[in-house]
Design a protein around this ligand. Structure first.
Ligand code: HPA
Length: 271
């Protein structure tokens, strides 16, 4: 990754009308409905944006949208890049750097995750308070990282405290029950074994998924305040583990998404 590449991506988007968005939003698997809330949308397909990671077949729907939510300028990533699709950590986090160069000052991230904490149920949403990186690498482990910021990035509070407080208040006001906890990121794409779910619990994870942490690390590198919400799509009980049903996971993500949309929209309003 070079500054020149980043500038080319950003120039393309600016020319398309992506004019100084204030807030960036990353939509996770099965979580695309927020796109319908964008007013005056402008679209840029990932495979048209210079230097964006090359799309896999299933990724042809991936796009960046610019527009307005609650009268604020937003840029929304519909579909993200995952390690399990064969991308590397620089690919996965490239769009975060592009959105930052476009001017965003806040970032919201969503994902679908499994509930490791068995007090949490499928259909719940969880505000990330912290995370455990189990992806075996860092998006900051590259030679010219110093051109982009510090190498030894502080992670004592990766998720912005003020925005978390605002989300807590919004959930209470909207009568949305909100879990809070620690998200562990794995590579996937295979789901976890019973022994792995036991391990994750012992490690202190409340939820597990295959994304988000690389983007959060890069946002911290950029000193970009972020918040993240997991939509819990399945219960990962090692003593009673049902075979995974991807169809059901996507269905539950879709059914639960309105709660997340409500919270993100209210948060945009009060920022
Ligand atoms: N693991 C288990 N369950 C899940 C995941 C995962 O990575 N993502 C969504 N549900």
């Amino acid at each position: 990754m070079t500054k020149k590449q980043l500038n080319e991506s950003v120039e393309y988007l600016k020319n398309k009308g992506f004019d100084s968005p204030e807030i960036g939003i990353v939509l996770g698997t099965g979580l695309g409905q927020l796109v319908d809330e964008i007013e005056e949308p402008i679209e840029a397909h990932y495979h048209h944006i210079p230097n964006f990671p090359l799309a896999t077949v299933e990724f042809h729907t991936g796009k960046l949208l610019f527009g307005f939510i609650e009268n604020k300028k937003v840029v929304v990533m519909q579909g993200r890049f995952h390690l399990y699709e064969g991308y590397d950590l620089l690919d996965v986090t490239y769009p975060i750097r592009v959105m930052h160069e476009l001017g965003i000052q806040k970032l919201f991230i969503s994902n679908a995750a499994g509930a490791v904490n068995l007090n949490f149920k499928k259909g719940d949403i969880m505000l990330l308070e912290d995370h455990i990186n189990l992806q075996g690498g860092s998006p900051l482990a590259f030679k010219n990282v110093a051109e982009f910021g510090d190498r030894f990035v502080d992670m004592s509070e990766p998720y912005d405290f003020e925005m978390r407080e605002k989300i807590t208040a919004i959930a209470a006001q909207e009568n949305i029950s909100l879990q809070k906890g620690v998200y562990a990121s794995v590579v996937g794409p295979q789901l976890e074994t019973k022994a792995e779910y036991r391990m994750l619990k012992i490690l202190g994870a409340d939820a597990v998924g295959m994304s988000t942490v690389p983007e959060v690390i890069v946002a911290n590198h950029l000193r970009l305040p972020i918040v993240a919400i997991s939509v819990l799509t399945d219960e990962c009980d090692p003593d009673y583990l049902l075979p995974v049903n991807i169809q059901e996971i996507i269905e539950i993500a879709g059914k639960t998404e309105p709660k997340m949309i409500k919270i993100f929209k209210e948060l945009v309003k009060v920022l």
